[in-house]
Design a protein around this ligand. Sequence first.
Ligand code: C2E
Ligand code: MG
Ligand code: MG
Ligand code: MG
Length: 293
Amino acid sequence: FAKENGKNKWQIFDSKMKEIVERNLNVERYLRKAIDRNEFSLSYQPQFHTITNKMRGFEVLLRWDNDELGGNVEPVEFIRVAENSGFINEIGEWVIRSACKKLEYLWNNYFDDFIISVNISPIQLMQHNFIDLIESIISQYSILPEMLEFEITESVFIESYDQARINLEKIKKMGIKISLDDFGTGYSSLSYLNNLPIDSLKIDRTFVSDVSKGIFKETMLESIIILAHKLGLDVIAEGVETRDQLFSVRKFNCDFAQGFHFSEPISESDLDDYLKHKGYKSFRNSNSNYKDY
Ligand code: C2E
Ligand code: MG
Ligand code: MG
Ligand code: MG
């Protein structure tokens, strides 16, 4: 009986494995065509100053809608596949280009002073021609590098510290801001904070959601913020879902916050409505219905 049972388990395991492998292959297969088939779009999640409530800007989040895979595919799934297959460079280029185009539009129509934040994969950052690519894209739009921010994760520095660092220094020299994403997870090393040309630090949402769970978590959060400020960095709290969480991060002098408490990521087509609701007037094209875009 035991043997039978064991065999059954293997069969279940086997078919689960098969499913996973197949899914990965399909994701890779359709990812290859996604740009040409126009399946990508960007969502925009606003960030706010914790005290003044002034909007800092938007984080750009990639969305992929593919019928064969059942509709929306989560970034956590397809970004990994894209990184393993090398497509991430092409996809990332599409994201940066689209983000810059949107930045130009928002600057022309709504804001004088704000930031568009783009997630950059370690693979992209290690490309030798990455800087040329960024310079070329920026030159094609009427935007300033100072309005762009690149979000990177610490994993960049585990494999190819040198090339990534060289590129980061160049990006920084261009005037683009650099933010360390998901801080506090993974391989967080405090020495990165001192050695890298970063401007801000994004505290991972696990710290924010756990903040009410006792004095240790609170102390962690507070300490990270104090340390960051001593190093001259701005701090952004991720995943702020409730008023209480906002009050907590504000109490510890966290500069900015984003999360469902303020807004979910906003689709391209909802962005103008959102800004109007927030009271932002299209100051350059008033009454034009943004038909220039
Ligand atoms: P991330 O950069 O840390 O982005 C924040 C994630 O948290 C987003 O998930 C966002 O939708 C989600 N989020 C925002 N506010 C809240 C909240 O209050 N509560 C909770 N529970 N979640 C919140 P999303 O869009 O699924 O993206 C997941 C990850 O995929 C991102 O994490 C980022 O690492 C990666 N990603 C997304 N777009 C891109 C891209 O264009 N390029 C690269 N390389 N990676 C990307
Ligand atoms: Mg998601
Ligand atoms: Mg991010
Ligand atoms: Mg993050």
